[in-house]
Design a protein around this ligand. Structure first.
Ligand code: MSP
Length: 523
């Protein structure tokens, strides 16, 4: 089983294009794995506890539970709009998740992995957090953003993280795909060099934070939000759950045959996933052969700047989908970023990529294949009898595209996978221009040749519809319907071979699937 998760999003705000990218990427990879014939389970969800949620709810004068219900809806509605098909939905206020977190805490405590200790330090009353020297300004003082800073001593629960960091270093070095891409693993190893002697504070006294999961053996404390949130990857996969909890069978999801993949953004690799989570799993008794793979993606920025509420440059994916269509947004998000790297979000590029690669190139191919077949041969397809070098080259181009698509997608590189499809589309358009079916049509003596050309174009569209289905499910379904080839929906990647459309196959009435996006100039 292929088990894929995303980060769970904080629910103290609204989803933006960065959150959407990660979820669409996960959806595309899951759909691709199903296309490959694998069983797959995709878990996503929301992170509902913590100080920020408590503070924002307080400002609005409502209970945090009411607040998170409201904000959670914004996420789930957007995911539905963007066509995400997930199998599991994680909400950290779920009682089943709470029970799992508490069970993990109890077991770790019994095994001597936790201890209670006092910590004395500088505490920002405004931000409600302890400060370290990193937070000091150049003059050595804590800046005005921290408000009043007092020295306090507080008792808390700690997890013996430092007992696991040697193991972690060895594990990361020994297992190639522990963190992907490789340059992110180097960043993590460097961070570990600098910081491996400290333990992790995993509790907050209820006096300063109430909105969290209570410590099962010390009710004056709640669980630190990251310790709680990270456990979602196992709790919603059925870890320690009773069989009637309505959760999956953990032993089927979390396996050594196909280790789980966690998709996360670059900001939460160090320390949360790369250090805390892997050490937590190790302490919980997870063996090396079932350690997850962490796939780290880059960030969407706006003209090189971080998206932020204060700058006011947040891009709302829902609005984009209303304006340009769901497929245009999905395509842009996975096309214009190389998995792992950062990218600049730019509406003009969204429109340009849609118009060149989908409306022009693919749209042109579909138009030639479907419209001309309808007009020139009454919608009936025949492979013809005599194949020339041009057909051999076209079939060869398709075989190469399928291979390149497969290699890229297996490597989670969706942008490259789409490029592989594009290459064949470009080849087909060149072929059509050279073969000129519109000229062939003029002389009935060319009927067999005309059929061959149109068949090669239609057959290519059929293959593209299948390969594009993980990224553009709506467009792929429309193409399949116009091709009158519903059987394409059940095909697996291995079934892609020449002859998906039978001799004599009749297509349906075509209609453009990728109409050009025209932007009205601002008056
Ligand atoms: N709640 C934590 C994650 C807990 S996982 C156990 C969190 N939430 S978040 O809402 O801040 O971010 C959720 C995901 O969105 C993260 O993977 C983060 O990297 C990603 N992104 C947030 N902003 C982003 C961009 N601008 N671009 C791409 N992804 C970004 O962290």
């Amino acid at each position: 089983m292929f088990y894929l998760t995303t980060a769970i999003d904080y629910t103290n705000g609204s989803p933006h294009i960065g959150h959407a990218y990660e979820k669409v990427l996960a959806d595309v990879i899951t759909r691709y794995r199903r296309l490959r014939g694998d069983e797959a389970f995709f878990l996503t969800g929301v992170d509902q506890h913590g100080q920020k949620v408590q503070q924002t709810a307080e400002k609005e004068g409502i209970h945090p539970a009411t607040f998170v219900k409201k904000t959670t809806k914004k996420f789930s509605k957007l995911w539905e709009k963007l066509g995400l098909e997930y199998d599991g939905w994680a909400e950290t206020i779920d009682d089943r998740h709470k029970a799992c977190v508490q069970q993990v805490l109890t077991t770790l405590e019994q095994q001597g992995q936790l201890y209670k200790a006092a910590h004395k330090g500088h505490y920002s009353v405004r931000q409600e957090q302890f400060l370290t020297d990193k937070e000091r300004g150049e003059d050595g003082n804590f800046g005005p953003e921290w408000g009043e800073v007092v020295e306090i001593e507080e008792e808390n629960w700690y997890f013996k993280l430092s007992e696991h960091t040697d193991w972690l270093k060895n594990h990361l070095e020994a297992v190639d795909d522990s963190v992907l891409p490789a340059f992110r693993k180097s960043e993590l190893l460097n961070a570990l060099e600098r910081n491996s002697g400290t333990d992790l504070c995993i509790s907050r006294p209820k006096e300063r934070l109430r909105w969290g999961i209570e410590f099962p053996f010390d009710p004056d404390y709640v669980t630190y939000v990251w310790f709680d949130a990270l456990i979602n990857y196992v709790s919603f996969a059925g870890y320690l759950a009773s069989p009637d909890a309505g959760l999956p069978d953990f032993s089927k999801l979390w396996t050594a045959d196909e280790r789980p993949v966690h998709i996360i953004g670059k900001d939460i690799l160090v320390p949360a996933h790369g250090i805390y989570w892997l050490c937590m799993l190790h302490a919980m008794g997870f063996t090396d052969d079932i350690m997850p793979r962490i796939l780290v993606h880059g960030w969407w920025n706006i003209r090189g700047e971080k998206m932020s509420k204060s700058i006011g440059n947040i891009v709302d994916p829902g609005e984009l989908a209303d304006r340009f269509g769901v497929d245009a947004v999905r395509y842009y998000l996975v096309r214009d970023i190389v998995t792992g790297k950062d990218s600049d979000f730019d509406v003009e590029r969204l429109v340009m990529l849609f118009n060149t690669e989908l409306a022009n190139e693919l749209g042109n191919l579909c138009n030639r294949a479907l419209n001309m077949s309808q007009r020139f041969t009454g919608g009936e397809l025949h492979p013809g009898t005599g194949l020339t070098d041009a057909e051999t080259a076209l079939q060869q181009s398709l075989t190469e595209s399928i291979g390149a698509y497969r290699a890229a997608m297996d490597n989670f590189d969706v942008s490259k996978g789409l490029e592989a499809i594009s290459q064949h589309v470009v080849h087909c358009n060149g072929y059509a221009e050279r073969m000129k079916p519109w000229e062939l049509k003029k002389d009935p003596a060319n009927a067999d040749r005309l059929a061959t050309v149109l068949y090669h174009l239609a057959e290519s569209v059929a293959h593209c519809a299948v390969m594009l289905s993980p990224v553009l499910p709506e467009a792929s379904a429309k193409l399949t319907a116009q091709l009158n080839a519903e059987h394409l929906k059940d095909l697996k990647l291995d079934d892609l071979k020449w002859g998906l459309l039978e001799d004599g196959h009749k297509i349906n009435k075509p209609k453009p699937v990728f109409p050009r996006i025209v932007i009205e100039e601002d008056a």
